[in-house]
Design a protein around this ligand. Structure first.
Ligand SMILES: [Zn+2]
Length: 212
C-alpha cells in the first residue's frame, strides 16, 4: 500500500466484495449504529482494532490516539476529542464494553520512556505524559532487565493507567458499579501475533489461549 491510487482501488474492492454483496446488512446500518463495544487503540498503522478483532462495520466504536490513552478527569476543562467520543459512546450509544488496546513496539510509550527522542515535539510530550504513572510501575523491576522488557512493562502499565482514568469519571464508574458497563485491558504483541488480557486476579496480562 504505497500510493493513493491503491487506496481508491481498495475502496472499489470493499464495495464489490462487501457493500454490494451484503446489501441487507449494510441497509440495516443506514438507519443507526448500535455497537456494543468501544475500543481505545493506538494510531499505530500495525494495530487496526477492526482487523485484529475481525469486526464488521457497525461492530466497534473506535477511538484511536497516540499510545491508546484516556486522560483523567482532572484534565477536564479543555476540548478533548477522546473524551467527547467516550462520552458519546457511553451516554448516547449505551455501549456495554470499553476495551483499552495497548501494543508492543509502541512509539508513544517509547517517547514517554525516552523524552529526549521527542524533545522538539511538544504535542506528543504533553500527550504521552498522561501515561507517566506507568513509569512508576517500572520500579517493580530490578533494573537489570533488557530494554524491551522494561518497555513492555511500561506499555502494559499505560493500558492500566487508562483503565484507572476511565473510572475517574463518575458517569463511567457508576455504570461499572451497576454492572451495565464492563472495562477490559488488552495488549497485542505484534512481533508474536499474540493477544494478552489483563487479569485482576493475577494482576498481570495473560496470553489468551485461542481454539483451533
Ligand atoms: Zn502505539
Amino acid at each position: 500500500m504505497d500510493n493513493f491510487h491503491q487506496l481508491i482501488k481498495g475502496f472499489q474492492n470493499f464495495k464489490q466484495k462487501y457493500f454490494l454483496k451484503e446489501r441487507e446488512y449494510f441497509e440495516s446500518l443506514e438507519r443507526a449504529q448500535n455497537p456494543k463495544t468501544m475500543v481505545v487503540a493506538c494510531c499505530d498503522s500495525r494495530v487496526d482494532p477492526a482487523l485484529l478483532l475481525h469486526c464488521k462495520p457497525g461492530d466497534l466504536f473506535v477511538i484511536r490516539n497516540v499510545a491508546a490513552l484516556v486522560p483523567p478527569s482532572s484534565m477536564a476543562g479543555t476540548p478533548s476529542a477522546v473524551m467527547a467520543a467516550i462520552e458519546y459512546g457511553v451516554k448516547h450509544l449505551n455501549i456495554e464494553h470499553i476495551v483499552i488496546l495497548g501494543h508492543s513496539n509502541c512509539g508513544g510509550i517509547h517517547g514517554l520512556m525516552e523524552p529526549e527522542s521527542i524533545q522538539n515535539e511538544t504535542y506528543i510530550q504533553d500527550w504521552v505524559n498522561i501515561a507517566a504513572p506507568a513509569l512508576d510501575r517500572l520500579q517493580e523491576l530490578t533494573g537489570d532487565e533488557p530494554h524491551d522488557v522494561r518497555e513492555r512493562h511500561c506499555e502494559e502499565g499505560a493500558v492500566l493507567v487508562s483503565l484507572d482514568n476511565l473510572l475517574s469519571y463518575p458517569w463511567i464508574s457508576t455504570k461499572v458499579e451497576e454492572g451495565t458497563l464492563k472495562l477490559h485491558a488488552l495488549y497485542y504483541d505484534l512481533a508474536a501475533g499474540d493477544l494478552y488480557r489483563y487479569s485482576p486476579e493475577s494482576e498481570d496480562f495473560l496470553k489468551m489461549r485461542l481454539k483451533g
